[in-house]
Design a protein around this ligand. Structure first.
Ligand SMILES: *Cc1c(COP(=O)(O)O)cnc(C)c1O
Length: 395
């Protein structure tokens, strides 16, 4: 059996998205900035994609800027708010400790440029407390950036309330919604969102393609200078096939969201229940306010990396944290942010189920994770010390 359970890292392109992409490459290959027919046909495809993307999130087409993905959208949103803030002498930004590195590293850069950053706690359940956001807002706060749903532990933030607080205080509100778009119902109007990042490859679209929603009236700063594409805010000939495929994938995801969500949630809860039976284990993040396909556990006394390799041998693709940090031996900053100690955070496993996951697959995962954890504990010196009482259990 082969099971791909790392949909938070990337998703497989849907057939519709792949077909759209190929058709565009063959039929609508013109430069959308060209005035002759071949260019204008590509332009039509581009603008139809903009309309389709906008309608899924209840935005206007002119509020959508196409980017190379989630990281670029995050960088541009944050840089733009910072530049606008600096002009008014406002150089304070609020975020959280468990954002994606595209956000955290941009904020680090801004700190070195004289900005002050407050990172709100996300607590044991991985959820920001709105009153704590309100208390952190200062007269010089120019931006609040809080992710819609976390990419490692899947917890969903009270975005509407957080956005309402920002509106009340006249502070720009950006959300990295890369894990949420195409998976959760999002309405930028009722959610009180000013700027929002999304990435196609997290909802069965192509890699290297994403968008930034920017509420009308907000001024963007360019990251890439050049031609006048994207209303002069993002230079470079548009990736028409990628953008059309992204729009197709998003429409498809939006159309089957309710059905997919119910299916994935049931399987997620079955998986959580099964893995909870492994002794000295714990679910990371809130049990219900989480993405439909996300399961993240810590197992005491083992290394997440070994667990992954042995699961790979058994046909299960999973992750120990975010794909972006694998390869480094630091424990996940997300697990540390929810209060897991280093030793425990090292023994983590993230399983993110797709829309086509089955009960049979979930049961296969439960059985194999249980076996592999027991096997690894069998020769773990830490586990021996725990069993002999030389160390106390944390979980
Ligand atoms: C994947 C991801 C990103 C980065 O998106 P790319 O399109 O890969 O650049 C940013 N934020 C979150 C929450 C993500 O999951």
């Amino acid at each position: 059996m082969y099971i791909y359970a790392d949909n938070a890292a990337t998703t497989k392109m849907s057939q519709t998205a792949a077909d759209t992409m190929v058709r565009c490459m063959q039929e609508y290959w013109g430069n959308p900035s060209s005035l002759y027919m071949t260019g204008q046909k590509a332009k039509e495809v581009l603008e139809q994609a903009r309309t389709d993307v906008a309608s899924v999130i209840n935005a206007q087409p002119r509020e959508i800027i196409f980017t190379s993905g989630g990281s670029e959208a995050d960088n541009q949103a944050i840089r733009s708010a910072a530049a606008a803030g600096a002009k008014k002498g406002k150089k304070h930004i609020i975020s959280t400790a468990f954002e994606h590195h595209a956000v955290l590293h941009t904020l680090k850069k801004l700190e070195s440029e004289g900005f002050e950053v407050t990172l709100l706690p996300v607590h044991e359940n991985g959820i920001v407390v709105p009153a704590e956001l309100e208390a952190a807002i200062r007269p010089d706060t120019c931006l609040v950036t809080i992710m819609y749903a976390n990419n490692e532990i899947g917890t969903i933030q009270p975005i509407r309330e957080l956005g309402a607080i920002c509106r009340k205080h006249g502070v720009l509100f950006h959300t990295d919604a890369v894990q949420a778009v195409g998976h959760l119902p999002i309405d930028v109007q009722t959610d009180n969102i000013d700027m929002m990042s999304a990435s196609a490859h997290k909802f069965h679209g192509p890699k290297g393609c994403g968008f930034l929603y920017v509420k009308k009236g907000i001024v963007l700063t360019n990251l890439i200078e050049g031609g006048a594409q994207e209303r002069g805010k993002r230079a470079g000939t548009e990736n028409v096939p990628g953008i059309a495929a992204m729009a197709a994938a998003l429409k498809e995801a939006a159309g089957s969201m309710q059905k997919n969500s119910a299916h994935q949630t049931a399987l997620r809860d079955r998986l959580i229940e099964g893995l909870s039976n492994i002794p000295h284990s714990a679910l990371n993040g809130d049990a219900s306010m989480r993405l439909p396909g996300n399961v993240n556990f810590c197992f005491e006394g083992i290394e997440g990396e070994s667990l992954l390799l042995l699961l790979d041998d058994r046909g299960i693709s999973a992750s120990s944290g975010s794909a972006c940090t694998s390869g480094s031996l630091d424990p996940s900053h997300v697990l540390l942010a929810i209060g897991r100690v280093h030793d425990v955070a090292h023994g983590s496993l993230r399983l993110t189920l797709g829309e086509d996951a089955t009960e049979e697959q979930v049961d296969y995962i439960i059985k194999n994770v249980a076996e592999v954890v027991e096997h690894l504990r069998g020769f773990s010196p830490v586990w021996r010390e725990l069993k002999e009482g030389k160390r106390s259990y944390i979980l």
